[in-house]
Design a binder for this molecule. Structure first.
Ligand code: SF4
Length: 275
């Protein structure tokens, strides 16, 4: 059981303190009919220009999540509110279709996630990420996904359709190779072992790289290399690569670090330390 615990909201002039024990942090779902779904940014620290998030808040509750303060704009807290008061943009696929139809839309790559995990548990019933992927397939629009969830395997059919035209990249966020360590810092996210397994499944079914992992982590590098070798392109070249040939890590002002791991056969896997 977790109790409600949030840092003071800087947008409030008053703060509430509990006289007794705070109430339990229960899951609350807020359905929202959003006005728009695609957001642009020009930050040199962020590797994408356009993003779309079907949810606000994230059940996985990683303690390091940089998206937490965005919940304070909603009058919620950045602590347990971010993890348990989840806003669902129920019209996300419809809004995305409306955006991609516009003449002004240039068909640039779209990042699903960035401010939430688009495959958090609610996605199993709301299916908004799946709906958005269907729209991307309909418009042949390139899309990138960052997730910690094995639920992405549900949508391998769509991902394979997009990958057949080089329209998708999927990145698994794996900050720790050790399950116990991850449980302490990412308490409600699937274990790293489960994520590695999802990567393996994705690479067996997929055509483009569905691989990512933490920079400078021997275990993940090995899995990434092994995964790359399962790619059809790798198999066709019989390159037999067994280790990554390059691993360049770069830091950024936002605290995200990423690296590109290039297998000898040329398949590039992007690894990130946080989503
Ligand atoms: S999975 Fe990503 S979006 Fe969700 S809490 Fe963790 S870091 Fe934040």
């Amino acid at each position: 059981m977790r109790w409600v615990e949030n840092p003071p909201n800087p947008w409030h002039t008053q703060h509430r303190e509990w006289l007794g024990p705070p109430p339990p942090a229960r899951l609350e779902i807020y359905e929202e009919s959003a006005r728009s779904i695609v957001t642009g940014n020009e930050s040199p620290d962020v590797g994408f220009r356009w993003s779309a998030n079907p949810y606000r808040g994230c059940f996985f509750g990683c303690s390091y999540c940089y998206a937490r303060p965005t919940h304070q704009y909603l009058d919620f807290g950045a602590g347990t509110d971010f993890e348990r008061r989840i806003v669902v943009k129920v019209n996300a696929p419809r809004l995305l279709r409306r955006t991609l139809r516009k003449k002004s839309w240039a068909g640039e790559s779209l990042a699903l996630s960035g401010n939430t995990d688009c495959y958090q548990p609610l996605e199993a019933s709301y299916r908004l990420t799946r709906g958005m992927l269907e729209v991307c397939r309909e418009f042949a629009n390139p899309v990138g996904i960052v997730t910690k969830s094995g639920l992405i395997q549900r949508d391998l059919d769509l991902l394979c359709d997009l990958a057949a035209f080089g329209l998708v990249r999927v990145h698994f966020s794996i900050a720790f190779g050790d399950d116990l360590m991850a449980r302490a810092i990412e308490p409600y996210a699937p274990s790293p072992s489960a994520r590695f397994e999802a990567m393996r499944t994705g690479s067996r079914r997929g055509r483009s790289s569905i691989t990512s992992g933490p920079p400078n982590d021997a275990r993940s590098s090995a899995v990434i290399s092994a995964t790359a070798c399962m790619q059809p392109a790798c198999a066709a070249m019989s390159c037999g690569c067994v280790s990554a040939s390059d691993n360049t890590t770069r830091g950024s002002a936002s605290g995200i670090s990423s690296s590109e791991i290039v297998a000898p056969c040329g398949i590039v896997s992007t690894a990130i330390s946080t989503c």
